[in-house]
Design a protein around this ligand. Structure first.
Ligand code: NAD
Ligand code: MG
Length: 396
C-alpha cells in the first residue's frame, strides 16, 4: 500500500470538499474511499472524478439511489452501505491516511476504527475526541496511529510545537507555559444580548470569516465550538484546563499561539482557509501546495485581541467547565449541544434556548470520573433523550 492512499469519511461536507480540493492540486494522493450520509448526487460526482475503490453511503434509503447511479455508470467503484461500512473502510488495509470529517458523534465509531487500525488519522471531526478524551488518546498510543489535528487552532498549535517524528507527543509540551486558542467571536460578537432570542438559523450560519457546515457554524455563533475546542486542546496536548486560554481575535489570521516558559510566544498565521491545515496534515512532516491565497499582511486590517465575554457566550463557559470536570461531562455537553443545535436549525427552539438546554441536561446527569467507552455511549444516549424531552416539553 502506498503511503499516499486516502480515505475521506464525510467527503461531501465542507471539510471533505476542501480535502478533495487539496488532493486535486496534489495528484500524488490516491483516493481509496469516500463517504456520504445522504448527499449521493455530490458523492457520485466525486466518484466520477476521483474513482475511489469504495463509496460508502451510511443512510440506507440514500444508498438505493447511489446504487442506481453507479450501476448506470462505467465506474468500478464498489458501493458499501450502512454505518458498519464506515468502520470497515476506516480500517481497510488499502489506505494509509484517513480524514475524519463526519460531523458530530456520528463519526465516533469510524474515527476509533481508524485509530485502532494504526492509520495516519487527520482529525477534523472534533466531537469523538471531546466525548472520549483519554480513551482515544490511549488508543492512539496502543495502536501506533499518527493523530494529526486539522481543526485550524489545534493544527496551528501543532505547528508551533517542536517537531517529533511520531506526530503528537507529550514531550512536545515540556517547555510550554500555556496555549492560547484564538476565536473569531462569530457573527454575534457585538449583537445586543436582548436580540439573541430572535436570531434565525440563517443569521447564525453566516460566519464572518469561515465557510463551514451548518452544525459547526451554529457552534461558532454560540461559541460552543470554542468550548469543544478547549476540551479538544486539553486532550490533544495533554495539558490541564488551567493552561489553556481563549482570546477573541476577529480577523482570524492568527490561528492560535503557544506561550513558552522563557516568554517566547509562537503563533501560526494564514488566511482563514481550511485547505491550509488540511494540506499541512496530509503532507506532514513535509509541505505541499494547499491552493489557499498566501497572506498579505500589509493588506489586512489591524489584528485585534480581546478577552472572551463568558456572559455573552455561556456555551463557551460550559465547555471550559466540562474540560475542568473531565470524565463524562464533555460527552454529556456534546450530546445536549448536538440535539439543541439540530432543534434550533429545525426552528423548534430559539437561539437563546441552546445554552439553557445544555445547562439543564448537564445538571441532571451525574459525572462519572473514569468512564469506559460503553459508559460514554450510554451517557451520550441519556443526554440526547433528556434534551429531546426538554424540547418537547417546551422547557425554555
Ligand atoms: P458538514 O456538515 O459540511 O459535513 C458533514 C459530513 O458528514 C458530510 O459528508 C455528511 O454526509 C456526513 N455525515 C453527516 N451525518 C452523518 C451520519 N449520521 N453518518 C455518517 N456521515 C454523516 O460538516 P463540516 O463543516 O465539514 O464539519 C465536519 C467536522 O469537521 C465537524 O466535526 C466539524 O466540527 C469539524 N471542523 C470543520 C471545520 C470547517 O471549516 N467546516 C473546521 C474545523 C473543524
Ligand atoms: Mg476550529
Amino acid at each position: 500500500m502506498s503511503s499516499n492512499t486516502l480515505t475521506i469519511l464525510g467527503s461531501t461536507g465542507s471539510i471533505g470538499c476542501s480535502t478533495l480540493a487539496v488532493v486535486e492540486q496534489n495528484p500524488q494522493y490516491e483516493i481509496h474511499s469516500l463517504s456520504a450520509h445522504q448527499n449521493v448526487d455530490l458523492l457520485f460526482k466525486q466518484c466520477l472524478k476521483f474513482k475511489p475503490r469504495y463509496a460508502v453511503v451510511s443512510d440506507l434509503k440514500a444508498a438505493e439511489l447511489m446504487a442506481k447511479l453507479l450501476s448506470e455508470s462505467e465506474l468500478e467503484t464498489e458501493l458499501l452501505t450502512g454505518e458498519e461500512s464506515l468502520l470497515s473502510v476506516a480500517a481497510d488495509q488499502g489506505s494509509s491516511i484517513v480524514m475524519a470529517a463526519i460531523v458530530g458523534a456520528a463519526g465516533l465509531e469510524s474515527t476509533l476504527a481508524a485509530v485502532k487500525a494504526g492509520k495516519k488519522v487527520l482529525l477534523a471531526n472534533k466531537e469523538p475526541l471531546v466525548m472520549t478524551g483519554n480513551l482515544l488518546m490511549e488508543a492512539v498510543k496502543t495502536s501506533g496511529a499518527t493523530l494529526l489535528p486539522i481543526d485550524s487552532e489545534h493544527n496551528a498549535i501543532f505547528q508551533c510545537l517542536p517537531h517529533v517524528e511520531e506526530g503528537l507527543s507529550k514531550s512536545q509540551t515540556r517547555f510550554v507555559d500555556k496555549l492560547v486558542l484564538t476565536a473569531s467571536g462569530g457573527p454575534f460578537l457585538t449583537t445586543d444580548l436582548d436580540k439573541f432570542a430572535d436570531i434565525t438559523p440563517e443569521q447564525a450560519c453566516k460566519h464572518p470569516k469561515w465557510s463551514m457546515g451548518q452544525k459547526i457554524s451554529v457552534d461558532s455563533a454560540t461559541m460552543m465550538n470554542k468550548g469543544l475546542e478547549f476540551i479538544e486542546a486539553c486532550h490533544l496536548f495533554g495539558l490541564a484546563a488551567d493552561r489553556v486560554e481563549v482570546v477573541i481575535h476577529p480577523q482570524s489570521i492568527i490561528h492560535s499561539m503557544v506561550h513558552y516558559r522563557d516568554g517566547s510566544v509562537l503563533a501560526q498565521m494564514a488566511a482563514p482557509d481550511m485547505r491550509v491545515p488540511i494540506a499541512n496534515g496530509l503532507a506532514w512532516p513535509e509541505r505541499i501546495e494547499s491552493g489557499a491565497n498566501s497572506l498579505e499582511l500589509v493588506n489586512e486590517e489591524p489584528l485585534q485581541f480581546y478577552k472572551a465575554d463568558l456572559q455573552r457566550f455561556p456555551c463557551l463557559q460550559a465547555g471550559m467547565e466540562a474540560a475542568e470536570q473531565g470524565g463524562t461531562a464533555p460527552a454529556v455537553l456534546n450530546a445536549a449541544n448536538e440535539v439543541a443545535v439540530a432543534a434550533f436549525l429545525a426552528g423548534d427552539i430559539s437561539f437563546a434556548s441552546i445554552p439553557l438546554i445544555i445547562r439543564a441536561v448537564g445538571a441532571k446527569i451525574p459525572c462519572e470520573a473514569t468512564p469506559s467507552l460503553a459508559i460514554i455511549r450510554g451517557v451520550d444516549a441519556q443526554a440526547r433523550a433528556l434534551a429531546n424531552e426538554l424540547i418537547l416539553k417546551d422547557f425554555c
